[in-house]
Design a protein around this ligand. Sequence first.
Ligand code: ADP
Length: 461
Amino acid sequence: MTRTEKELTEVRERLAVAEQTLNAIYTQEVDALVVAGPDGDQIFTLKAAETPYRLLVEAMNEGTLIALPDGMILHCNRRFSEMVRLPMEKITGASWQPFFKADEQEAVASLMQHAGEYGAKGEFTMQAADGSPLPVHLSVRALKLDGVESLAVIVTDIAELRKAHQALNTANEQLETRVQKRTGELAKANEVLRVEIAEHQATERALAEAEAKVRAYAGDLEQRIRERTADLRAKVAELEIFSYSVSHDLRAPLRAIQSFSQILLEECGPTLSADHAGYLRRVIAGAQHLDQLIQEVLIYSRTARGKLSFSHVQLDTLVRDTIQSYSMFQPPAAEIVIEQPLPTVVAHEAMLTQCVSNLLGNAVKFVAPKTIPRVRIRPETMGKHARVWFEDNGIGVDPADHERIFNLFERVHANNDYPGTGIGLSIVKKAIERMGGSVGVESKPGHGSRFYIQLPLASDV
Ligand code: ADP
């Protein structure tokens, strides 16, 4: 091919391309743009430049309209067509009015009129082709399209938003109702509480008044008790002095009865009948018993009254001396064993001797006939006190009587079998208690008895 033929072919090919482009522009397959350049006017197809905008408008979730001020729709996107449920070709060229509810058309028209270049917005209700309502938000703006006054409208479906608002309103209403209900309940509760507090305060006031009364009464009572106690003490002291002197004075005539009866028995005994001699012996025995009674009452009185002076008393020595002092506490009359050395205690020595003597006396006295009394004495430490047990093999005491045998004149066993006055244990109890100690017994009939005395231990020995 010659150079000229080659150039001709190239020119033909370029012409064919130019013809194709122009055809496309004429048939509106491609939008075109004429731009004046240094080499004269140039035609640019807009397909490439505009595509993103077209895609954007078609793909966006909002409806878009281009309309003339008189209402005719020049263009709409696919979304708008979906919203009103009408094909795009039926929308283009139609008026926008029928798409809005009749009572809102005027307002929509006013919005369109006043949109201007800064735009206007509003919420309205459109109606789709099938008549269903469609709440929308309109954003309108005036613009010039190819020199023609037009309106660009963005239509946003706000049905979901409305629903959400409604749901929110409902939720708010429900919340409000609940708040009111709760407030009502709280007010009620507050009222109940207020009443309760008032009652509580009233009760407290009443309590305080009652307490004040009780305090006043207690003070009064204490005062009266103090006075009565002082009174009583004075009377008891008086009585004790009286009984002491009476007892003391009784002993002299009693001794006279005793000794003269004795003389009578000794000197006239052989001349007396057996009966008369018997009467005389009973007079002597009665007088002796009465004398013992008086002596013990005197001891009890001494034990119960007057001030006591305490010292450290070696119980071991005291008990051994007591045993040594009476033959009835020694073999063959009795067997008394001190099992372990006894401690030193704080006591009034004479009184303690009396107590030990009384306990040992009872232990050897209250045995079954023909029984040799056996007594075991053993100590036990009880914190700061010493407890000393006197355990015998005697006839025992019923537990029902354990308490009362420590009372004055209380006796469980018959006088014929076991003579006595019923004062011995009262002296023990009174004396030991006055020395800051205590007494007790464990016993059963036929099983012996265990009496104890408990006294404060001497701490510095
Ligand atoms: P008395 O010995 O003069 O009867 P007490 O006051 O010493 O008076 O004792 C009161 C009573 O307690 C006694 O009459 C006796 O019934 C009972 N009793 C005291 N010691 C013993 C004892 N070791 N064994 C059995 N009974 C006892």
